[in-house]
Design a protein around this ligand. Sequence first.
Ligand SMILES: [Zn+2]
Length: 60
Amino acid sequence: MRKTFRCAWCFEVNEIFVDLSAGEDQVYVEDCQVCCRPNTIHISIDVDTRQVTVENEPEG
Ligand SMILES: [Zn+2]
């Protein structure tokens, strides 16, 4: 499933691919495609509705 997040550093929108089979709570670091700085991505998946919530913050 494709989702987007807004970079915490440069505020550009990044597209990410969420693997729904990887668990309902996922945390990983993704480098911004624009400024290359790391964002910590928090993904929450509601197993009933398949609603995916993406939150991010500057890493470190
Ligand atoms: Zn950025």
